[in-house]
Design a binder for this molecule. Sequence first.
Ligand code: SF4
Length: 376
Amino acid sequence: MSEHSGASPSSTLRTPEALIKHGLAEPETLSGLQALAEQFSIAIPPAFAALLKPRSPENSDSACNADPIGLQVLPDARELVTAPHERADPIGDDALSPVPGVVHRYEDRALLKPLLVCPLYCRFCFRREHVGPDGGLLDEAALERAFTWFETHPKVTEVILTGGDPLMLSPRRLKRIIRRLSGIPHIQTLRLHSRVPLAMPERLTEELLDALETEKAFWLVIHANHASELTPEVRQALRRVQARAIPVLSQSVLLKGVNDTVESLESLLRALVQARVKPYYLHHLDAAPGTAHFHVPVEQGRSLLRQLRGRVTGLAWPTYVLDIPGGAGKVPIGPDYLLAEEQTPQPPSGTCKATDGEQFRKRRVQATDGQEHSFT
Ligand code: SF4
């Protein structure tokens, strides 16, 4: 067995050969990993490589077993198995794209995806069929078409910059995009979704932060799934962002083996709040191909949040959401404190069927286990 040396690589690991060289995969798995790499991109930046647990005889069968960081970034043969309910575009972005790079699902906001490059490639990513190091950089003409689309849609007041990861753009290009969007009178809010502050905190230079300057409301939403991702370097990078009067929120994905216990979820939420980050969304896993081994049942997710209520400050409380497969949008699926399991009124008071006479609208959706669930 090759050994994980414990020494961090100085650059991002992108190939099966590099993983083997650094003791993160067995030499005999090379051909399987090469087949996997052709389908789904690999990238493990030094900041994440440094967090990987050294391998031991107990987890030698799979490099990432029992390691919440390894599970997120190390390729795994299980990814080559696509369950019947898994889809290449699980949340239906493609059908809602009026021009390349734009996704318009809700009336008052739309996504702009200027590139599909990420600092690392999450093994559970809902856009895993699209993201990659060569992917999706909008050229100048495509960017102009996207800007024109925003200019001609006055009901859209918020732009969500996502991808890929917009903080992988050069400062010059990012500045141009933010300036251009900020110049559209009806755009009030810019929001940027990124994994860079955790995966490549050294990228948050003053020059990159200068590129984020705007008179419009600007929010950063980071993607973090485990408390150990909030290293001192990451917290310092976040302080540099916060010093610019940019509020920082987080989104996390509920993942088996990563954050699917009360203790691990509590540690994550507490670490975020300590870093002055408001937990925003806890996502139920989207049914992307080859991700079934990350699945946590909806009932377990609801139970975890129910156990955390009162145990952690309300500041740390995220909204547990599911993106309805097919593009119908997000629905909150967290525990309901207005109705008990037996459907009787529960304290504290609030709007519920028993007091306002309204019928709750039931939704039936197929979640990542392929089962149908009913939500109010
Ligand atoms: S950073 Fe986001 S878009 Fe990129 S691979 Fe991870 S989940 Fe997907």
